[in-house]
Design a protein around this ligand. Structure first.
Ligand code: PAF
Length: 300
């Protein structure tokens, strides 16, 4: 069955109200609602988020909104693919119940909104460094979606590792009664992480793109036993940067962080990755596409 589409906040709220068990006054009518926030142009990775949502809730709402506040000047807001009809058809195959596809005016009566949601230090590194203001835009739109849908659970992809960490922080700090579920990265057969922006790749760039994942896997393999000197670690990273650049990428960052995106403790001689898991994160341009990937390393 095709999901029911709502373009307005009030009509979506009215549609969801009966599931909250308040209209009937009967607690046994209460059903769990899941939210899958997206910017549309859905691929298999998004459909996987919906499948996970269905395991956690009775009713699944997918938001489709290309959010202007998270795009910087000169970024691809205008050209970002908008494919609502195709998206709805795909969502019908995985059993989403509702699509929320508001206009920019419906979401932002005033643009840019004077109210801000700032994530602090966690958002000033990695993607936040090259995309200043990006996570402030994500923060406000996700807060709004949480307030509009009031889901019991929301599903976000682990490909956007930093975004997921910021949303967990947002839920904790603003006391949203929402469970956040991180969904594993979905990859093409050759290892490339699925992303709507992969379609910006030319045919020859698409052949090169999986190298990013392969280099991350190789680095993870070399770090997984822990116990590495600072010097050896730095030369490993330098070697990876060279290999990725030589393959044709322009690296935005390639970094190793703790699972919570803190700095890995190190002194002048030792890079201390024995005591906690680490995550390797990369963002790199290949032609018009800015590709993101990451690899969690369970150390020891
Ligand atoms: O990950 C995305 O697609 C977007 O950042 C999100 C979470 C839908 C907010 O616009």
């Amino acid at each position: 069955m095709s999901p029911i589409i709502h373009h307005h906040i009030s009509s979506l709220r009215a549609a969801l109200q009966p599931y909250r068990g308040q209209q009937s006054g009967r607690q046994d009518r209460q059903q769990r609602i899941a939210l899958v926030p997206t910017m549309g142009n859905l691929h298999e990775g998004h459909l996987e988020l919906v499948k996970i949502a269905k395991q956690h809730a009775d009713i699944v709402v997918v938001s489709i909104f290309v959010n202007p506040t998270q795009f910087g000047v000169g970024e691809d807001f205008d050209s970002y693919p908008r494919t609502l009809d195709e998206d709805v058809a795909k969502l019908a195959t995985v059993g989403a119940d509702y699509v929320f596809a508001p206009s920019v005016d419906a979401m932002y009566p005033v643009l840019p909104p004077p109210t801000t949601v700032l994530a602090g230090a966690i958002s000033n590194q990695l993607c936040g460094q090259s995309r200043p203001g990006h996570f402030d835009g994500v923060g406000i739109v996700v807060s709004k979606l949480f307030n509009i849908v009031q889901p019991d659970v929301a599903i976000f992809g682990q490909k956007d590792y930093q975004q997921l960490a910021i949303i967990k922080q947002l839920v904790r700090d603003l006391s949203y009664p929402i469970e956040i579920v991180g969904a594993p990265i979905i990859r093409a057969d050759d290892g490339l992480a699925l992303s709507s922006r992969n379609q910006y790749l030319t045919e020859s760039e698409r052949q090169v793109a999986p190298i990013l994942h392969r280099e991350l896997q190789d680095l993870a393999e070399q770090l997984k036993d822990g116990g590495i000197s600072q010097q050896a670690f730095e030369s490993l990273l330098a070697d990876k940067r060279t290999r990725i650049s030589e393959a044709g990428f322009t690296i935005d960052y390639l970094e190793v962080k703790t699972e919570a995106l803190g700095s890995v403790a190190s002194d002048s001689t030792t890079f201390n990755i024995e005591n906690e898991n680490i995550v390797i994160l990369v963002a790199a341009w290949l032609g018009r596409a800015r590709l993101l990937d990451n690899q969690l390393v369970v150390v020891g």
